[in-house]
Design a protein around this ligand. Structure first.
Ligand code: GLN
Length: 398
């Protein structure tokens, strides 16, 4: 019989260092729990609402018109122009020919940025908790992650801790703003402080701004590259996925100065060649959405956030009311569980609610007492989750 582990010793060190995704694990929990009854799945960050019809029609029309072959490797020129226009509207002049690359989602974009600039042993600063992908992304590029804590309850960072993390080996810092999982929207003052350290140490900024339009309560998302001196040292990564509710289309982009873009495009060419062609056509239409589209996005999501906030509060969770993105990162300490994986298991099997255990967003081996819920779901779903989570209230020790 074949030994299933025989190939283990041939695996690269790079791959051995990368854990499997906890978010994916939560989706498996959801699938298993669904087999034994109805579950409310608030785990993976994706909307429970249909994609706007106009975007779907564009994609279907592109396929019907035989736009099914490789696209321009760097992105369809009309899409790159639409992306450049979008940034120009926000006060950032962007040259679509030399500074925009269309990628397979932000996931590819962050990998590309890191592969373009990180040499083995270079340090890359990231805030912890962090979006699950970013640590493996650094490891794949051969970099060394350096962690700076975002602390409960308001998920801010200590400025001297951040300043101490920079040194002459620091090649880049990853800034995910609005932040997944904490839902923080960094203030102008915080971003200016980060920018001043980037200037001081000659550090590049790799910015994941995928939730840029998901900012609540009148807050403003500040594009990091618009800060003085940052345009020339920033990779701005964003995409269609969250704003236009098309996470499966895999269309994102990277904006970077021409010298970095030229190099990054070579990596992109050999890695994925191009993002899916019909969805790039649909993206041109999505990027032309009127201001009302973005206003509706905010008002609709704010209502959903507030509904789940009420339920979580009633059940006894402690949390920061989300400032941006569509996540609650909630503290479960009052409920007396040993660790967050046990907690997520209990949620799935007993309460039939699926959430992501907080340790997904920390270095391996940590235990957090936190869970992440996605609130971009229909009200009935949030109400059902609320009803089920209310059972936790009886576990709270006074
Ligand atoms: N960005 C989404 C999330 O945070 C999807 C991530 C994933 O599937 N790895 O849930």
């Amino acid at each position: 019989m074949r030994n299933p582990n025989a190939g283990q010793r041939l695996l690269s060190q790079r791959v051995r260092d990368i854990p499997s995704s906890t978010i994916r694990g939560a989706m498996k929990l959801a699938a298993d729990a669904t087999a034994c009854g109805d579950v409310v799945n608030l785990a993976q960050g994706l909307s429970g609402f249909p994609t706007p019809q106009a975007f779907k029609d564009e994609a279907i029309a592109a396929i019907a018109a035989n736009r099914n072959q490789y696209c321009d490797t760097f992105g369809h020129p009309l899409l790159r122009q639409a992306i450049a226009k979008k940034y120009q509207r926000s006060g950032l002049p962007v040259d679509w020919e030399t500074e925009v690359t269309v990628t397979c989602g932000v996931s590819e974009g962050i990998n590309l940025a890191l592969l373009t600039v990180v040499n083995p042993g270079d340090e890359v600063i990231m805030f912890e908790p962090f979006y699950e992908n970013h640590r493996p992304n650094i490891l794949i590029a051969g970099g060394v992650p350096k962690f700076v804590q975002l602390r409960k309850p308001d998920w801010t960072f200590d400025r001297s801790e951040l300043a101490r993390a920079f040194n002459k080996r620091t090649k880049a810092i990853i800034i995910n703003n609005p932040n997944n999982p904490t839902s923080r929207v960094f203030t102008l003052d915080e971003l200016q402080f980060i920018a001043s350290l980037c200037q001081k140490w000659g550090t590049l900024a790799i910015c994941d701004e995928i939730y840029e339009h998901m900012v609540w309560d009148g807050r403003r998302h500040v594009m990091f590259s618009t800060l003085p001196g940052m345009e020339e040292r920033t990779f701005t990564c964003s995409g269609l996925s969250k704003t236009y509710n098309v996470t499966g289309w895999r269309v994102g982009w990277v904006i970077a100065p021409a010298v970095y873009t030229e190099a990054l495009r070579r990596v992109h060419d050999y890695l994925t060649l191009s993002a899916p062609t019909p969805f790039q056509y649909a993206g041109i239409c999505a990027l032309e959405s009127p201001p009302q589209f973005y206003d509706d996005l905010v008002s609709e999501h704010t209502a959903l956030r507030d509904r789940l906030a009420g339920h979580l509060q009633a059940a006894g969770f402690n949390f920061l009311l989300p400032q941006g993105s569509y996540f609650f990162f909630a503290d479960c300490s009052p409920f007396g569980f040993e660790d967050d994986r046990q907690l997520a298991q209990y949620f799935a099997e007993v309460l039939k609610v699926i959430a992501v255990p907080g340790s997904a967003f920390y270095q391996p081996g940590q235990n957090t007492n936190l869970v992440r819920f996605c609130f971009a779901k229909p009200l009935e779903m949030l109400d059902l989750a609320g009803e089920r989570l209310l059972a936790l209230a009886s576990r709270v020790k006074n």
